[in-house]
Write a protein that binds this ligand. Structure first.
Ligand code: HEC
Length: 113
């Protein structure tokens, strides 16, 4: 009986503790990469190296600790802002998704490189 009670207590304690962990959903790495691939993002971006666009590592560094990072990236990936490639102005490519959760996941993936 005693063991059962302590197990019960240990169990509830664990449950209470997991509730304290910030509710930051883990990034779905595969889904994010598949979406960026489908959207041709890797044509101009790589994780480590600068191509026509900045490396995702640099983007992550630029936004590190900024509360509005995700919002900024989501806007950048959906609103087609004007950018410059080889001295020519063009619209930035939009991500091929209309699912906010999917787009958010892609933004978080970039921000955690
Ligand atoms: C034709 C080349 C090209 C393609 C394709 C492209 N990008 Fe970019 N991207 C750029 C350039 C150039 C910049 C830098 C723009 C600037 O700083 O003004 C940039 C900037 C960014 C940034 C940083 C924005 C910031 O606020 O610093 C992110 C994030 C990004 N791109 C994500 C993506 C995603 C996701 C895709 C695919 C949907 C994509 N890019 C496709 C060229 C491209």
């Amino acid at each position: 009986m005693k063991t059962r009670t302590s197990l019960l207590i240990a169990g509830s304690l664990l449950f209470a503790l997991t509730g304290l962990v910030p509710a930051q959903a883990a990034v779905d790495e595969e889904a994010a990469q598949a979406l960026l691939k489908k959207s041709d993002c890797f044509k101009c971006h790589a994780i480590e190296k600068k191509k026509d666009g900045p490396a995702y590592k640099e983007v992550a560094k630029k936004y590190k600790g900024k509360a509005d990072a995700e919002d900024k990236l989501v806007k950048h990936m959906t609103l087609k802002p004007m950018i410059e490639v080889d001295g020519k102005k063009e619209e930035h490519k939009a991500i091929k998704s209309s699912d906010p959760a999917e787009i958010k996941n892609a933004a978080q993936w970039i921000l955690t490189r």
